[in-house]
Design a protein around this ligand. Sequence first.
Ligand code: SAM
Length: 385
Amino acid sequence: MEYFVAKTFAGLETELFKELHALGAENCQKLSRAVAFEGDLAMLYRANYFCRTALRILWRRKQFTFKTNRQFYEQIYDFPAEEVLSPDGTLAVHATIVDSIFNTPLYASVLAKDAICDRFREKYDRRPSVDKEYPDVQFHLHVYKNEAQLFMDSSGESLHKRGYKVRNHPAPLNEVTAAAMIKMSGWNGSCDFVDPMCGGGTLLIEAAMQALNIPAGFYRREYGFYQWKNFDRQLWKKVREEADIKDDVAINFYGSDIDGRFLDIARANVQKARLQDFIVLERQEMQRSYPENKPSVVMMNPPYGERLSVDDISTLYKEMGDALKNRYAGCKAYIISSDKDALKHIGLKPSRKWPMLNGSLECMFQEYELFTGDRKQHVIRQKNA
Ligand SMILES: C[S@@+](CC[C@H](N)C(=O)[O-])C[C@H]1O[C@@H](n2cnc3c(N)ncnc32)[C@H](O)[C@@H]1O
């Protein structure tokens, strides 16, 4: 049993925990912005390939206590790095320190890098070189007081980079955030999914991937572990074959946006994900949009006024609220926004809300139950149903 840590955004730990547990990870434990779990090498590959709410998966290779720089150096030197890295390969060490004897994380990372390289020099008379951008092995060192943990980053580029975004919207939703929003809403693929402010199409593509069981890593070309000396190609193939992708689903995905340039971006991304048979895109103002079928789940990420210039963000949010009330009765709507004042202009009472991050932006994700008539009557009808 190996010990792994899956990293995520603040607020998504519960969703990540559920995903890892469902994948068969053992001893899952929620941490801050991460979930620790145990398993074998297949589990490490599985977490990388299937987890939609993880940003990266770290594999703990060594844990030790130390009192002096010398002890720290010797402990790292003892790690058999030659099992994963060749003397002609490249490495990088990233360190985080809390209350330790080191004054800076840089000092800890240089000391660890020296220890690893000195071991190579001793054994082979050659040593790997440092490549901070694309190392063969990216080490992460966590030092808390006099305890150190040495991890290898198995993911490489962050797992939110799914591989389907061939063109970028200027204010995109992070793929991990989008996947978590869909999971938190409880939508299970049994009704249509609508994004009337779809931009580059992140929510639509993530929703279609979930409904069709397409693994999060299906379109990715690279993982950090591909460069490791102990990369088990056969095992990786077996793990990918565990995917049970559906050919079809009995629902549709509808996306629209007011801006034709952004729809072109969405089209390119949908095409790359080979989801054009499932996702219908059209140019449309949200205020004039309506669902093809009811009930539908409507999820959107309107402009925040921070990254996109909108003349009057309050009017836009009021008009969005009116459109939801008048055109989407019978549906459930979900809105993520960092503009808490603007959200008040929606004029609807959220039935649930979650604080969330979109990249570094602090947001609120809110659910609205849309019904005809007044709320009291709706609650009574629900109770009697
Ligand atoms: C924050 S972006 C959405 C980004 C998208 N979630 C993604 O991941 O690429 C907001 C989008 O709302 C669109 N928009 C703004 N006002 C609109 C309106 N009245 N009706 C429809 N779309 C609108 C913008 O063109 C923009 O693409």
